[in-house]
Design a protein around this ligand. Structure first.
Ligand code: HH2
Length: 273
């Protein structure tokens, strides 16, 4: 069986990844409350609006969350993957059993917010499947990560982490050209850390792998508008930061408001083309 083409060809710059949360408690309030039909309808609407792929997740990783059992996560996402067979879909999970079942149903990318640290078997399953992989940086774990995030230099520490995780994945048999990297906006980071990561994104681009960025609706976007207790940001602020990230080299933008991002990024890309 011929292997997949490199991720840089599959997802030209800029590409949009639509977020479909099959959860009751996602931070952005967009969780589709466990109704598979609603999640599937949302996924198709995102693909119609120009998403290159939709990212389906059954566990919230918002700050303070405890996580769900493997059985519950499977119950949430499997009907969605079944209905989306043949469509471009990724699975947002750190659990090997969820990834395995999703891959059997044709999912093409595994998005692991633990960067293969959460489940020792996940690397082997990804390597065996020959699917795409996103490795994301997180300091701490969702339950506690926003308590007191600290770095000497956030960009060089995130970069060193992503390089180490990429080497680990490759050593486990994952083809390097199938991997993208993500600085993990909001995962153990202050508002300043999040914006510095975008400001200096070129340093992460220099690793040589496509960069995926998920800043959409995150609370830092609400906080810079003057509300220190904001839990979410607006769609307009999300579009603004996505364009800024694209201009600094981001390849895949993970977003909730797909049409707005597709149009804004197409306009931004027309300038650079
Ligand atoms: N952010 C979230 C979840 N998964 N995956 C990647 N690669 N990058 C991200 O920035 C990222 C992610 C959190 O956003 P969301 O899925 O909307 O919320 P929740 O985890 O609360 O369901």
């Amino acid at each position: 069986m011929p292997g997949r083409k490199p991720i840089a060809y599959r997802f030209p710059r800029p590409s949009v990844m639509g977020v479909v949360n099959v959860t009751p408690d996602s931070f952005s309030g967009d969780g589709v409350y466990l109704r598979p039909e609603a999640a599937v309808a949302e996924a198709f609407a995102m693909l119609d609006a120009g998403a290159a792929i939709v990212d389906v997740g059954g566990e919230s990783t918002r700050p303070g969350s405890d996580g769900v059992s493997v059985e519950e996560e499977l119950r949430r996402v499997l009907p969605v993957f079944e209905a989306l067979r043949g469509e471009p879909v990724s699975v947002d999970t750190a659990k090997v059993e969820v990834a395995r079942r999703a891959l059997e149903l044709g999912v093409e990318l595994v998005n692991d917010v633990t960067a293969l640290r959460g489940d020792p078997e996940l690397a082997g399953v990804v390597a065996e499947a020959g699917c795409y992989l996103c490795l994301m940086h997180m300091q701490g774990e969702p339950r506690t990560m926003q308590a007191n995030p600290r770095y000497d230099d956030v960009v060089s520490e995130v970069k060193a982490f992503l390089e180490e995780r990429l080497s680990f994945a490759v050593a486990q048999g994952v083809r390097e050209e199938l991997v993208c990297l993500d600085p993990g906006i909001g995962f153990g980071k202050t508002v300043e850390h999040n914006f510095e990561l975008v400001r200096r994104l070129d340093e992460l681009v220099a690793i040589g792998r496509p960069i995926l960025l998920g800043f959409s609706r995150k609370s830092s976007l609400g906080k810079i508008m003057g509300d220190p207790s904001a839990q979410v940001g607006t769609a307009a602020a999300s579009v603004g930061i996505a364009v800024a990230a694209y201009e600094r080299g981001a390849t895949i933008l993970r977003v909730h408001d797909v049409r707005e991002h597709v149009e804004a990024l197409r306009a931004a890309a027309a300038v650079t083309a």
